[in-house]
Design a protein around this ligand. Structure first.
Ligand code: ZN
Length: 286
């Protein structure tokens, strides 16, 4: 599903393309989209409002309206927002159409129909976002933050990084690339990481997400920007879905295994489960 770099790209597109527009009418084509309020209230409260801003928090895409409401999308794996024109009108898997001024329409389509939307008042929005961990590309996310928050946990590092309450915006693609750069096996227990490993992890989080934003997201399958263009970061992946291929660092073979229920891709030579070879973790007795 779209992670921080993909939602950030869509947000920037919306800022450039639809902020300042008026929503003339809203049409919900798949009522499973609207979690809050009722579909009738959702469309009624959208109609006639102006779009004043677009922003992102974690993987949430937030469209600010001059009514004081926020339209919040949780884009799932197939979720696409497409602006017509210039994009050709999509015909399948439509969930929502926002009719804008100037004969333009913003389509939400999702082949998997897992995308969800909420229309929230100011207090409701802040409450909904309050449990999220810090934004990893912002100043509040320091090198000390992760060891302080999770450094005593015996849990595996990969599911901890995917936990949006720990840190915001990381999903299953970027986490595998981050752990590869930090030379950490996805099953490493957080409480076994050395100071050097925490620093490497911090730097890998920042550099991988920043590169993903710079490359306008990763299109492994369905992700598109608002103008229906794929991202480019898939060309820079080293381990995600590269099982059986050589590790770019050591030429060993990239493996795929489930870790905490998620398909995980790593180099078993560079990312040792016991932490050896990294100057951290459990030292070899030999
Ligand atoms: Zn390797």
């Amino acid at each position: 599903m779209p992670e921080l770099p993909e939602v950030e790209t869509i947000k920037e597109d919306l800022r450039g393309l639809v902020v300042g527009s008026e929503i003339k009418r809203a049409e919900v084509l798949d009522t499973s989209l609207v979690e809050q309020p009722s579909t009738e209230e959702f469309t009624g409260r959208l109609e006639g409002t102006g779009i004043t801003d677009a922003r992102r928090r974690a993987k949430h895409l937030i469209v600010e309206l001059d009514s004081g409401d926020s339209l919040v999308f949780q884009l799932k794996i197939g979720g696409q927002l497409l602006l017509v024109p210039p994009v050709e009108e999509p015909e399948t898997a439509l969930m929502l159409v926002l009719y804008l001024d100037g004969e333009r329409r913003l389509f939400l389509r999702d082949e998997t129909s897992f995308t969800r939307a909420r229309l929230l008042g100011a207090g409701e929005l802040e409450e909904r976002l309050s449990s999220l961990g810090p934004e990893p590309l912002e100043g509040g996310f320091t090198v000390e933050y992760l060891p302080r928050e999770i450094g005593a946990r015996r849990a595996q590092i990969k599911p901890l990084l995917l936990d949006q309450k720990v840190v915001s915006g990381i999903g299953n693609i970027y986490v595998d690339e981050i752990l590869y750069d930090a030379k950490l096996h996805p099953r490493r227990k957080a409480n076994t990481l050395s100071e050097g490993e925490w620093r490497a992890l911090y730097e890998a989080i920042r550099s991988n997400l920043a590169a993903g934003v710079e490359h306008r997201g990763t299109t492994v399958r369905l992700y598109r920007d608002v103008l229906d263009r794929p991202g480019e970061h898939q060309n820079y992946l080293r381990v995600f879905e590269k099982q059986g291929q050589p590790c770019p660092r050591c030429k060993g073979e990239v493996e795929r295994e489930k870790v905490s229920g998620r398909p995980s891709h790593f180099c078993p030579d560079c990312q040792r489960e016991d932490g050896s070879g990294n100057g951290g973790g459990v030292e070899s007795l030999w």
